[in-house]
Design a protein around this ligand. Structure first.
Ligand code: 9D3
Length: 241
């Protein structure tokens, strides 16, 4: 599986620099995630390469122009074919691991990053979009949200990570937070690694991790337990008796 992503932005260098580190870089180098940062300003016609203007009806701030966005989307899709279009907006559906798992099945994505106070409404209504937010806080634009999506997708693509089982085991993937991790030294400033992890008893280790994950999730993110009640079998029972 590989995917092609076009990111429409006024800051293509920000996206490019992000793609030069870590797992997104590996995904790109292996050709699993083919990302192109598309400069919205290259779809303007005037000498000033204008991408924004004052809002009709007045008010503070500037609004992103519709014509360069339409031209950018049409140019990309005429060259490469139709894409699943994502509009990064504070009013979109909140991103989660389930949405990432759906998006990673797409062959081609367009991520549109807004800036300024907003985007001309005709962009939203005149083209079909999957509107996504990354959470309930105010950012200055859609570039960081686009990088969040690229990062989350890169590590889900097969053959990008060396150890795909860690994708399955981890936090959220099973609806639980991850169990604590330990490495050398066995004793550090009076804090010891739990004996069970040194026991060599794999079944006991798995049982301990499951208990820890349940306890942590109950303590810190009880909302996750309500959303995805964990299966209750002999290996997953809590200390309720
Ligand atoms: C004054 C009203 N603002 C809405 C809360 C306008 C506004 C603020 C920030 C419009 C755009 C932005 C820029 N943010 C994004 O483009 C954005 C975003 C975010 O701010 N939070 C979480 N997810 C996202 S996805 C895109």
């Amino acid at each position: 599986m590989s995917m092609q992503v076009h990111v429409i932005t006024i800051f293509p260098a920000l996206i490019e620099s992000f793609l030069s580190f870590g797992i997104p870089r590996i995904a790109r180098e292996k050709g699993k995630m083919v990302v192109e940062a598309v400069d919205l300003r290259s779809f303007t016609g005037d000498v000033h390469r204008t991408v924004d203007d004052r809002p009709f009806g007045g008010g503070p701030g500037m609004v992103m122009l519709a014509p360069p966005v339409f031209d950018a989307v049409e140019s990309i899709e005429n060259q490469h074919g139709s894409a699943h279009r994502i509009l990064l907006t504070p009013t979109g559906r909140p991103l989660n691991q389930q949405i990432l798992k759906e998006l990673v099945t797409e062959d081609r994505l367009i991520l549109l990053c807004g800036r300024y106070e907003g985007i001309d409404e005709r962009v939203r209504t005149g083209l079909e979009w999957d509107e996504i937010s990354i959470g309930d806080y105010v950012l200055s634009g859609g570039e960081v949200p686009a990088m969040v999506i690229l990062d989350g997708l890169a590590r889900l693509l097969p053959e990008v990570l060396g150890h795909p089982e860690s994708v399955q085991q981890e936090s959220f993937e099973q609806g639980l937070l991850d169990a604590p991790h330990y490495t050398r030294p066995r004793s550090f400033r009076g804090m010891d690694v739990p004996d069970v992890l040194l026991s060599g008893n794999h079944a006991a280790v798995e049982r301990w991790r499951r208990e820890q994950a349940l306890r942590l999730t109950q303590e810190k993110r009880a909302d996750l337990l309500a959303d995805h009640p964990p299966k209750s079998d002999s290996t997953t029972r809590t200390e309720s008796r």
